[in-house]
Design a protein around this ligand. Structure first.
Ligand code: SF4
Length: 320
């Protein structure tokens, strides 16, 4: 396959899920969705830099190890992270014991949207919080180094952000923020933004917190949180969207979309000729999202703007 400009892929390898999250209908409507095989991953663009293996719950696929082998073979330079709800501790740990032998630097992001019952209620699973903490601790024990807490911010859990931030510090994991999005194609659900003021307040706090650190990664996260705040305020992105050119979303059947909130099919992983055609004609131009998967490429492309923002607000102390 010819070299494409695509640098980043989110691939939902299954829509099967053991959680019952309030902001997602995947578990209700997509249980019997078809799934591509590990060999299909040998058709991914070779020059990928970031691959997020998502779901559903990715660890429910018994052949996850075989998928990782194929990805390792095809995209040896890619940073790979598996996004999990973290609930099936034993299954996750038994799979990860094998997976880190194949790809030692692979990461796992475990979703935690609140403390204790607040989180379990959002995810629709009893004791989900306790199981997730156990999963994180067990992942550390078996030697997984890149562990993140994924926090999805909605109007229903803005107050939980502070505590989850400190939990991530206590567990020595990175906190990765997402704002609740609507997607008929992916989540099968429209999530209206509620309690906007509380969400903005929580994000202002996070921006200040991240900016006060002395690490450029925290400053980058502050900028991302600023983008999330502006997205909540105005419903638009602070930087242009390059999904469909620099990043794509692939569903469990191999169908390719510019991103997971888009309904526009642009190809199929099984159709190499089609994949080669992915170019700027597929630009999503989607103003309705500010997710890490599409924001990262925008931030890289507009890095001067980001550096100026950091200088302005971190060093010159201009109020955001
Ligand atoms: S948000 Fe993720 S974990 Fe929750 S039901 Fe949807 S796919 Fe499952």
């Amino acid at each position: 396959m010819k070299k494409t400009r695509i640098k980043e892929v989110v691939v939902a390898i299954t829509y099967k899920c053991n959680a019952r999250c309030r902001m997602c209908n995947i578990w209700k409507i997509k249980e019997h969705f078809g799934e591509i095989t590990p060999d299909d991953f040998l058709r991914l663009p070779k020059n990928l830099k970031d691959i997020n293996i998502s779901g559903g719950e990715p660890f429910l696929r018994k052949d996850l190890g075989a998928i990782i082998i194929a990805i390792q073979k095809r995209c040896p330079r890619a940073k790979v992270i598996i996004s999990s709800n973290g609930f099936a501790t034993e299954l996750i740990i038994s799979q990860m014991k094998e997976i880190i032998k194949i790809m030692p630097d692979i990461g796992v992001a475990v979703s935690i949207d609140g403390i204790g019952k607040a989180h379990s209620d959002i995810r629709g699973l009893q004791n989900c919080f306790e199981k997730d903490i156990e999963t994180i601790k067990e992942l550390k024990k078996i030697g997984v180094k890149n562990i993140k807490i994924g926090f999805t911010l909605g109007g229903y859990n803005a107050k939980e952000l502070f505590e989850v931030y400190y939990l991530s510090k206590k567990l020595k994991t990175e906190l990765s923020l997402t704002v609740v999005h609507s997607s008929e194609n992916y989540f099968g659900k429209i999530n209206a933004i509620e309690n906007r003021d509380e969400m903005i307040q929580a994000l202002n706090w996070l921006i200040d917190k991240e900016l006060s650190a002395w690490n450029y990664k925290n400053w980058g996260r502050a900028y991302f949180a600023y983008g999330a705040r502006e997205f909540i305020k105005k419903g638009t992105r602070i930087l242009p969207d390059y999904s469909g050119i620099l990043s794509i979303f692939i569903n469990p059947q191999g169908v390719i979309y510019p991103c997971d909130v888009s309904n526009k099919k642009i190809g199929n992983l099984r159709d190499i000729a089609n994949l080669e055609k992915i170019n700027k004609n597929n630009l999503n131009g989607c103003e309705q999202s500010w997710m890490v998967c599409t924001a990262r490429q925008s931030i890289k492309k507009h890095y001067i703007k980001v550096i100026l923002w950091i200088i302005w607000h971190k060093f010159l102390k201009v109020k955001i």
